[in-house]
Ligand binder design. Structure first.
Ligand SMILES: *[C@@H]1O[C@H](CO)[C@@H](O)[C@H](O)[C@H]1NC(C)=O
Length: 309
């Protein structure tokens, strides 16, 4: 039935798949189970809240909000990332929320979700932040957000709407805050493709104005932000990294000061803005959708581990 060649192709495919699994579940097969939390607050868009709270949780723990990609869920993102296992080691809490919308995407398009306390997904997520602070005695100065693809788009939105709630953010393969505003949906299937195609081009000032308008009058410090994108991404264009860079370097009022090739790994270029403490971007050469999550980079950026660790 099978030729030698196709058997070999099959064997290689299985080997690659299992390598993929090893890469995704490096701490022994099955990710730690999440606990579903109910009654966490006003939930206007029917989100689900799942939490990983380690046994040895810190007295006043840091919290990482980890936002899934489209067609994903908190449970899938828990399997895709190592934050829960790392929480066992470092005593922080992980929140893996889920959009229960049919596409499993975060709403980064509707007026409700792009308005502070506007009654969309962003409002539900902000209410989860308030809940973890009151319910788990989380440190309000150590609330972090990250995500992949749709989760990265939502990260850009959350730090724009609620700069007061988050200390820092990282994210993988997304778009600037407001890029999908007015699109009929946030799903790759039914949204206006212009944003994902990298065809929404604005000046830094225009992008920054969108952020300012999302929390009018906000004058405090803003969450520090590191954003990563692959140059070979054919789902969300690498041009959207350039647009995010314009947006956030303008908001922070800083310019590019240096470029570091092969940082943190071969083929990635780290682009430092200002003194490198507020905004950093990474362009991953030849990497597609999405850039693999680098939890170590996230924890360093959040200050949960130090760079020497
Ligand atoms: C950034 O670069 C622009 C254009 O060269 C310049 O006008 C601006 O003053 C610079 N900003 C800072 C903070 O260096």
């Amino acid at each position: 039935m099978f030729s030698q060649v196709s058997l070999r192709v099959l064997a290689v495919a299985i080997a690659l798949l299992s390598q993929e699994c090893v890469a995704q579940f490096p701490f022994g097969g099955i990710p730690p189970p999440l606990r579903t939390v109910t009654n966490w607050g006003d939930n206007p868009s029917n989100l689900q809240m799942q939490v990983y709270k380690p046994r040895n949780v810190a007295k006043s723990p840091a919290v990482i909000f980890a936002l899934h990609f489209c067609f994903g869920s908190g449970a899938i993102y828990n399997a895709f990332t190592k934050y829960s296992s790392l929480a066992d080691k470092h005593g922080f809490i992980v929140v893996y929320p889920s959009s229960l919308d049919e596409t499993g995407c975060w709403d980064v398009a509707s007026k409700a979700s792009l308005t502070r306390n506007g009654g969309g997904d962003s409002t539900g997520l902000a209410n989860m932040v308030k809940f973890v602070i009151s319910e788990y005695n989380a440190d309000p100065a150590e609330i972090f957000v990250t995500g992949s693809s749709s989760g990265c788009m939502m990260t850009n939105v959350m730090i724009s709407l609620y700069p007061d709630l988050f200390a820092a953010a990282t994210c993988y393969s997304g778009v600037p805050a407001g890029c999908l505003a007015g699109s009929p949906s946030s799903s790759p299937i039914s949204s206006d493709p212009a944003c994902a195609n990298g065809d929404i081009i604005k000046t830094g000032e225009q992008w920054a104005q969108i952020v300012y308008n999302m929390d009018p009058g906000y004058n405090g410090r803003r969450p520090k932000f590191a954003t990563l994108h692959g140059t070979a991404d054919n789902v969300v264009s690498i041009k959207d990294l350039g647009e995010q860079i314009k947006q956030w370097s303008t908001v922070f009022g800083i310019n590019k000061t240096s470029e570091h090739p092969n940082t943190p790994q071969k083929g990635y270029t780290q682009l430092i803005y200002g003194d490198g403490t507020q905004f950093v971007a990474y362009s991953a050469d030849g990497v597609g959708h999405t850039v693999p999550v680098n939890e170590n980079l996230d924890l360093e950026w959040f200050g949960i581990i130090n760079s020497a660790a």
